[in-house]
Design a protein around this ligand. Structure first.
Ligand SMILES: C[S@@+](CC[C@H](N)C(=O)[O-])C[C@H]1O[C@@H](n2cnc3c(N)ncnc32)[C@H](O)[C@@H]1O
Length: 226
């Protein structure tokens, strides 16, 4: 879906669901600087999100040495820092974000400042880093919409964003490659399952402990692109 259509359908959904929402339990207060935040600072990571990826890695061994990985929605770049530790010097990483990502000292990390939904202009930029016509072994995405506080609306937007990431993987992920998605899990969750099943052999849902208590986000690991 083009971005303008995405925005349009998002608004439409917001309107149609306006009267249908139920009263929800008040979540725990939001603490921006929680234990994971301090841990990340202490360990030299750029964001607390790294611990979500770390848990996923420790459970599923998604990243292996020598892999070529693309990380979308990548700034400030903690996923990239962690991935680099595993792929070491032989694999390569490309990060894409709207915001510039501060440089890494390693030469096997490249970053692109771009909107991942402007696919036509992004494609040639990514292609510069798809070495020898290869695609990526793994794509990781930490994508999430700007939240409104309305679970139904936020989840719908999250599904739409992830459908765009799936389209990105159609082009840039190798056959048999894996894809990590972040999704807000609520009533429309089933809408993302069909598009995943069409493209991948199987998938696993996982909610790392590092996800905030009040958050209804979880990750989906899509295994073996068809
Ligand atoms: C939660 S942060 C990602 C954290 C990252 N995984 C890390 O480990 O450091 C979300 C990022 O999404 C980026 N973003 C939002 N909309 C985007 C878009 N359309 N295209 C690319 N990046 C986008 C924002 O600039 C922001 O840096």
């Amino acid at each position: 879906m083009a971005r303008s259509n995405y925005k349009q359908s998002f608004k439409q959904k917001a309107k149609t669901q306006k009267n249908g929402s139920k009263k929800k339990k008040k979540p725990a207060p939001y603490r921006m600087h929680d234990d994971y935040f301090h841990k990340a600072k202490k360990e030299g990571y750029r964001a607390r999100s790294v611990y979500k990826l770390k848990e996923i890695q420790e459970k599923f061994e998604l990243i292996t040495p020598d892999m070529d990985v693309c990380d979308v929605w990548a700034a400030p770049g903690s996923f990239i820092q962690y991935i680099k530790r595993i792929i070491q010097d032989t694999g390569r990483i490309v990060g894409v974000d709207l915001k510039p990502i501060s440089k890494y000292s390693q030469t096997n990390i490249n970053t692109i400042v771009h909107d991942i939904f402007d696919f036509n202009t992004l494609k040639p930029l990514v292609e510069e880093y798809i070495w020898e016509g290869n695609r990526f072994d793994l794509i990781t995405s930490d994508i999430a919409p700007n939240t409104t506080g309305r679970k139904d609306i936020d989840q719908y937007a999250s599904v739409e964003l992830n459908i765009e990431v799936l389209k990105f993987s159609d082009v840039f992920l190798k056959k048999w490659g894996n894809l990590l998605l972040k999704i807000f899990k609520w009533e429309d969750f089933g809408d993302i399952i069909g598009p995943i099943k069409n493209r991948f052999e199987k998938f696993t849902e996982y909610k790392p402990l590092a996800c905030r208590d009040r958050s209804f986000e979880e990750y989906i690991i899509c295994w073996n692109k068809k």
